[in-house]
Design a protein around this ligand. Structure first.
Ligand SMILES: Nc1ncnc2c1ncn2[C@@H]1O[C@H](COP(=O)(O)OP(=O)(O)O)[C@@H](O)[C@H]1O
Ligand SMILES: [Mg+2]
Length: 360
């Protein structure tokens, strides 16, 4: 699904912005503080009903305003449909698609969003939960049943943890709970492993071009000992878990391990190299998504040229051009993105100044 017509109301410094984006490449240039990131925030609001930078909606809403809105005409299987998301300071959230109210997970399935910004470094440097989110984005879009399994797993984990915390569980009860816990854990893990197996060749093809001199390897830790069955691990760990008050082993501990020439990529790579690795991961996800669903993704790329030399900026643009995705790219200086886009590629350029967007 692509965005055909976008209207933004009172998102950060954007009071009222209308934009007719290209379904392929959109470049938004402007000085610091002009509102480039805010445009991407508004699209993120449209796709996921929240900010990509803050968990507090009040920072997304323009100061002094009661709420903010992102509204668009989107291309849904060849039809134009209205999609709108409104968030209000009082906590209200309204999501409407094609004249109907829809829930958050339906919205997330409609507009598959990929964000590449300075926070994306967290994919290497941050906690395992960020890498699990990355993997689960893919599994969610690859397999519609995943969300149900994931929710059931979360529910059982929460109950198991609360029983452990208050010591209200004995061996017999644990066995009963663990039957469910192990079953959901195995399903979830199988989905993650299957997804990563499919992602691997896409990632390899991209990283070989972006970073040919470094050997980048992806490994997956499922959340418990590779050689043991989860029920055995849980049984052995029970006394310790009772003392700790939470579940130690399981998919809630899974991690994607990223190595550069056999060492931790987070420790070894330069800032620019890290940007290439995390971008390759995100580009690979989009490529696999395109292959599986024959649908485009929407890429929000904040300050594409930052940390990259001109050669790598160009390579990055080449990947974006080769894909079928709709891209929103921001940069401070248009010259830093002097990539020779093919005349076949629909490129729309915008400039933004104090929250006012215009087509160039
Ligand atoms: N909630 C808000 N209400 C009004 N203005 C805001 C809000 N949050 C941020 N701003 C301002 O919006 C402007 C644009 O921010 P941003 O989109 O991040 O700029 P940039 O073009 O550098 O990416 C900044 O001056 C910022 O201070
Ligand atoms: Mg910015």
């Amino acid at each position: 699904m692509s965005i055909l017509d976008l209207r933004i109301q009172t998102v950060r410094n954007l009071s009222a912005v209308a934009m007719q984006p290209s379904t392929r490449i959109n470049i938004i240039c402007g000085e610091n503080g002009s509102g480039k990131t805010s445009v991407l925030e508004a699209i993120h609001l449209l796709g996921l009903a929240r900010s990509f930078r803050t968990s507090q909606v009040r920072h997304l809403i323009q100061s002094g305003q009661p709420g903010c809105v992102a509204h668009a005409q989107v291309d849904s299987a060849g039809h134009r449909q209205p999609l709108g998301v409104e968030r209000r300071l009082d906590g209200d959230l309204n999501i409407r698609f094609a004249g109907e109210n829809i829930d958050l997970s339906t919205l997330a399935g409609l507009l598959p969003l990929q964000v590449i910004n300075s926070d994306t470094f967290q994919l290497l440097e941050g906690s395992p939960s960020i890498r699990r989110q990355f993997v689960d984005w893919g599994v969610f879009h690859a397999d519609r049943r995943f969300i149900q399994c994931w929710r059931s797993f979360k529910r059982v984990l929460k109950q198991r943890n609360s029983l452990l915390k208050y010591g209200k569980i004995d061996h017999r009860m644990r066995q009963v709970w663990d039957r469910e816990f192990v079953s959901y854990s195995e399903q979830l893990t199988a989905s993650r492993i299957d997804y990563l197996r499919q992602l691997q060749p896409h990632f390899e093809a991209i990283i070989k071009r972006l970073l040919p001199d470094v050997e980048i390897a992806l490994g997956f830790y499922r959340g418990w000992d590779r050689k043991a069955d989860l029920d055995v691990v849980l049984e052995k760990a029970f006394q310790r878990e009772l003392q700790q008050g939470f579940t130690n082993a399981g998919p809630q501990r899974a991690d994607l391990r990223i190595k550069a020439n056999g060492h931790s990529a987070s420790e070894r790579l330069s800032r620019g190299q890290k940007k290439l690795v995390v971008s390759a991961l995100k580009l690979a996800q989009g490529a696999l998504f395109n292959q599986m669903s024959s649908r485009p993704c929407i890429y929000l790329i904040d300050d594409l040229p930052s940390e990259l030399d001109s050669h790598h900026s160009r390579l990055f643009c080449e990947f974006l051009e080769e894909s079928s995705n709709q891209c929103f790219i921001t940069c401070v200086d248009a010259d830093a993105l002097a990539y020779p886009w093919s005349t076949q590629t629909d490129v729309a350029r915008f400039s933004i100044e104090s929250g006012a967007l215009s087509r160039v």
